[in-house]
Design a protein around this ligand. Structure first.
Ligand SMILES: Nc1ncnc2c1ncn2[C@@H]1O[C@H](COP(=O)(O)OP(=O)(O)OP(=O)(O)O)[C@@H](O)[C@H]1O
Length: 562
């Protein structure tokens, strides 16, 4: 049984505590190998701050004599942002030895101008060119070299900034037919296990990532990736696993856990575990399935007698990649628990997770915020997730006129591809009925529809056959429709994080985008609160004579919003 001597964090009653603070606890307290899971409404101790990432400071940084190589040299033109002087640790046959090393964080140029600068293999570069990807985004320039150096990472960058390729490219550099050629004579043996598991919280997002991998692998090798999303035929998925022996699986937590529990998914030798939308995957709904995944993926039972007993050593066998536009402090705590010396990778910075403190919020410009901003880390997470080019408005109307307002809004902005968010399925269906009755091409997307119905509607929306997609929280995360130029909140989101993910469906990858919240007079104070929490202006507007008119703030609204 692992003891406190070999562990760094203890997970107790939903909290993760550094074990060095628990010296008074009995020496043989069992170590939970799982981590705390958080309900959607969990509030943390405080937000991340950009200041806390202190690029020029030295950090006291614990590092491990990893089984994975610690490759700290960067390709010359890539994002060199940290350098660690890892002292060699004498091999004792036990891998848990950790030494404290100072980590120097230096300011450096980040944005690589091209993919070849990032040290990706030639075949993958060819595929990227074929698919029209020529210049990496900031988060890709920063994350790819760090992941290629085998670090566990938390990737945080705003919605639509290209986080998917930021982790897929380093994985495909090491897994599958596009990978770097091993040195001659170093040809690995026949692969039997899955090499990368990518977990996403919804079928739609899972399928989107799956398609992205398929596309990069190319038609000849697309069977090397297998989708394991819920709602799809399970026995067909199991047959495909057996027949095609894929190297990568992408799926939802429930289905992955189910097939794994049935003994049909062999992931013990898995090298990469990706948790996309990690803050959502931490929610209570996924708790049991995520436990199973974290316990089984990349755990080489029997391969290493020390590793089998020592959770820290076992963790070293897989590389954890955690991704979201919103990274509340709960994710930082989870990363500390799951990962080995994980790094926080943002668009233009890399810092040790150890250095991230739950402290005061910052605004979008990175300056310390005013005290009027909420200090919880969920709000902070939302601030950093909004694409800077988005425009935010709200329009006050009566409940019964919301659909008309939506219609006028679509015409006034001449929006071609609109996502309208609501909270309840019944109202959502009514809204579609009313929009269609008014001649607006609309469709509904929600959990009551079967998998086929959902994918057909989504396809039609992506093709432009549907102009207004009326949906709920299901589509708020990860959904990538480049053409979406307008997001409308027909009902208010529950909080700033949900607002940010909804808003992020438009304005992707630097495109223009508009977010309009349609609300009733008594709800204006909520909009004002969102404005304060997010640190972005949400202007009052009206739609008259086919135009969007920004209106003067009414005095009483100002008062309510104080
Ligand atoms: N280097 C690139 N060049 C051109 N297009 C890119 C590049 N990287 C990503 N894209 C495209 O940008 C879009 C957004 O990328 P992606 O979905 O990965 O964003 P994201 O940061 O994961 O967003 P979210 O937080 O909403 O999930 C996708 O259509 C993707 O194909």
């Amino acid at each position: 049984m692992p003891t406190l001597a070999t562990a760094r964090f203890l997970v107790l009653a939903g909290d993760v505590l550094p074990l060095r603070k628990l010296s008074h606890i009995s020496k043989r307290v069992p170590l939970y190998t799982s981590v705390s899971f958080l309900s959607r409404t969990d509030r943390d101790n405080g937000p991340l701050t950009l200041a806390s990432l202190g690029l020029k400071s030295d950090f006291e940084f614990e590092t491990t004599n990893k089984k994975r190589k610690n490759k700290f040299q960067q390709p010359e033109a890539s994002a060199e942002v940290f350098r660690s002087k890892v002292k060699p640790v004498k091999s004792t046959g036990i891998k848990e030895v950790r030494v404290k090393n100072p980590l120097e964080i230096e300011g450096a140029p980040f944005a690589a101008k091209s993919f070849p600068e990032l040290g990706l293999p030639p075949l993958l570069l060819e595929r990227l060119e074929k698919e029209g990807f020529t210049v990496p985004t900031d988060v890709q320039s920063t994350a790819i070299p760090v992941i290629l150096k085998d670090h566990d990472v938390v990737i945080q960058s705003y919605t639509g900034s290209g986080k998917t390729l930021a982790y897929l490219l380093p994985i495909l550099s090491e897994v599958g037919p596009l990978k770097k050629k091993p040195p001659s004579g170093d040809e690995p043996g026949k692969r039997t296990d899955i090499e990368a598991v990518i977990v996403a919280p919804s079928r739609e997002l899972g399928m989107q990532i799956f398609r992205e991998v398929e596309k990069l692998l190319g038609p000849g090798d697309k069977k090397l990736v297998q989708q394991l999303v819920g709602g799809a035929n399970r026995s067909r998925q199991e047959e495909a696993l057996k027949k095609n022996k894929p190297a990568i699986v992408v799926g939802t937590p429930g289905r992955i856990a189910e097939i794994s529990a049935a003994g049909k998914l062999h992931t013990h030798g898995c090298r990469f575990l990706v948790l996309d939308e990690v803050d959502e995957l931490l929610s209570f709904n996924f708790r049991d399935d995520m436990h199973r995944i974290l316990e089984h993926v990349g755990r080489k039972s029997g391969a290493d007698p020390c590793g089998a007993k020592n959770p820290i050593a076992r963790r070293a066998d897989r590389q954890m990649i955690m991704v979201s536009a919103t990274v509340p402090f709960s994710v930082i705590r989870a990363a500390r628990s799951w990962g080995q010396d994980p790094l926080l990778v943002q668009a233009k910075s890399v810092s040790p997770i150890e250095s991230v403190q739950p402290s005061g919020p910052v605004n979008l410009t990175g300056h310390a915020s005013s005290s009027s901003l909420s200090s919880n880390s969920h709000t902070q997470a939302a601030v950093e997730s909004l694409p800077p080019a988005l425009k935010h408005y709200y329009c006050v109307t009566r409940g019964q006129h919301k659909i008309d307002t939506l219609r006028r809004c679509v015409h006034a902005l001449d929006a071609k591809s609109v996502i309208a968010f609501m909270n309840h399925t019944k109202q959502l269906k009514d809204a579609v009925f009313k929009l269609e009755a008014r001649g607006m091409n609309a469709a509904e997307l929600h959990g009551d529809l079967g998998k086929l119905g959902r994918s057909t509607i989504l396809k039609k929306f992506k093709n432009g056959e549907v102009r207004v997609l009326v949906t709920n929280e299901l589509s708020a995360r990860g959904l990538d429709v480049a053409e979406c130029d307008l997001v409308v909140n027909l009902e208010l989101p529950t909080d700033a994080v949900h607002y940010a993910h909804r808003a992020g469906r438009t304005g992707r990858l630097g495109r223009k985008g508009t977010v309009v919240t349609v609300c009733e007079e008594p709800e204006v104070f909520v909009v004002k609160k969102l404005q304060r929490q997010l640190g972005v202006p949400i202007q009052a507007c009206e739609f008259t004579e086919g135009k969007l008119l920004v209106t003067e703030e009414k005095a009483k609204n100002e008062k309510v919003g104080l």
